[in-house]
Every structure is written in C-alpha cells, then in structure tokens.
Design a protein around this ligand. Structure first.
Ligand SMILES: C[S@@+](CC[C@H](N)C(=O)[O-])C[C@H]1O[C@@H](n2cnc3c(N)ncnc32)[C@H](O)[C@@H]1O
Length: 198
C-alpha cells in the first residue's frame, strides 16, 4: 500500500473508531491544536458543514456554554449541541437567520470548509474555490466580533495570493496551513486568520 493511501485509510479508520462522520474532523482538530481557534463558550459559525464532522469537533470544544451554527446546501443529520440551517451562504437571508440564532450577536469564530462541485480541471476548481471563499469572507466580515478568528479552505493556485492579501486587510494575523489529515497529493490548504479588525 502506498504511504498516502495508508494515511488516508488511517484517518478513515480513526474517524470510524472515534465516531466522527467525516475524516475531515481531524483537519479541524489539527488546526485547532496549532492555533487554539475554538475555546470554551465560543460562538461558532460553520459554513459548508455537511456531513457534520467539523460540527462534532466544534460542539465538543466550545462545550455547553458555547453555541454552534452550521449551514449547508445539503441536509445534515442532527448533531447534539449544534443548530443547522439548510441553504446557501449566498442567500442574504441566511446571514440574518444566523445572527438571530446567535441572539442578534456576533460570532467568535467562522469556519469555512466550503467546497464547490469539483470539475477535475485544476484552474476551474481553484477559481471556484476562491470565489466561494471570497463569499465566505464577506459573510465573516459581517458576523465576526472584533478580535474573532476564521478558517478558510482554499486550493493552491495563482489567485491565492490575492485572496491572502484581502484577508490581511481584515485580520491581524494570517497563516497558511496544511494539516496532516489533508491529503498530501491534494492542493487543498487552510488559511487560519486571527484578530479580526472591524
Ligand atoms: C468538504 S464539505 C464540508 C465537510 C465538513 N467540514 C465536515 O467536516 O463534515 C463541503 C460542503 O460545502 C457545501 N457547500 C458548497 N457550496 C455551498 C454554498 N453555497 N452554501 C452552503 N454550503 C455549500 C457542500 O454542500 C459540502 O457539503
């Protein structure tokens, strides 16, 4: 078995053993252990949350004093401690609904593991991913409290630097990260953003 297949298998097996719905849960666990994004009592918005792996991690990390709201185009099996909306992040009504669930308040953290339908054409997929992440950034700018944090999934490519420059306008610290649970042969990366400036 090739090393990358073995690693993919390892996370799939771990997810099954530990009751996570998706191996992607380990990406958030690894990002969180490096950057301490999720804290007890945090209010978290998870954009593109199906099937719910990140929701499971987030609800555990923020505990009962926290609040977790997810949104996805697809239905999601209920996750204890999370509220899930079915719809598109491109629908402005969703932003209002989420603000309502957060008691009209702001979020401490916005997570975006949003992924477009992949065409297999590298340039096209990169552009679609950046476009979705840009919409997620617009969402984050409206719902995050000052000092809050965000995570955005991106694919490597020529539009990445421009997107990072845009993030640096809104966040004091911006880090590019490749958690080991992310397939090494994939161009997927995560941008962790701290210290939101209003
Ligand atoms: C990689 S999956 C997320 C996996 C999730 N983090 C987990 O751990 O279970 C990406 C999700 O983004 C969702 N998505 C893509 N475009 C969207 C949009 N415009 N609005 C809401 N969700 C969207 C897809 O339906 C898909 O479920």
């Amino acid at each position: 078995m090739r090393l990358i297949d073995a690693r993919r298998d390892q996370y799939r097996r771990l997810a099954k053993d530990q009751g996570y719905r998706a191996r992607s849960a380990y990406k958030l666990l690894q990002l969180n252990s490096s950057y301490r994004i999720l804290k007890k009592g945090s209010k978290v918005v998870d954009l593109g949350c199906a099937p719910g792996g990140w929701l499971q991690v987030a609800t555990k990390e923020v505990g009962q004093a926290g609040k977790v709201v997810g949104i996805d185009l697809k239905p999601v099996e209920p996750v204890l401690g999370a509220t899930v909306l079915e719809g598109s992040i491109e629908d402005p009504a969703m932003l209002e609904k989420i603000a309502g669930i957060l008691d009209g308040g702001k979020a401490d953290v916005v997570l975006s593991d949003l992924a477009p339908n992949v065409s297999g054409v590298w340039d096209v997929d990169h552009a679609r991913q950046i476009s979705l992440s840009t919409i997620a950034l617009g969402f984050a700018r409206q719902i995050l409290r000052a000092g809050g944090s965000a995570v955005f999934k991106v694919f490597e490519g020529d539009m990445l630097n421009e997107f990072r420059a845009e993030l640096k306008k809104s966040f004091g610290r911006v880090f590019l990260s490749k958690p080991s649970a992310s397939r090494q042969e994939s161009s997927e990366l995560y941008i962790v953003c701290l210290d939101f400036k209003q």
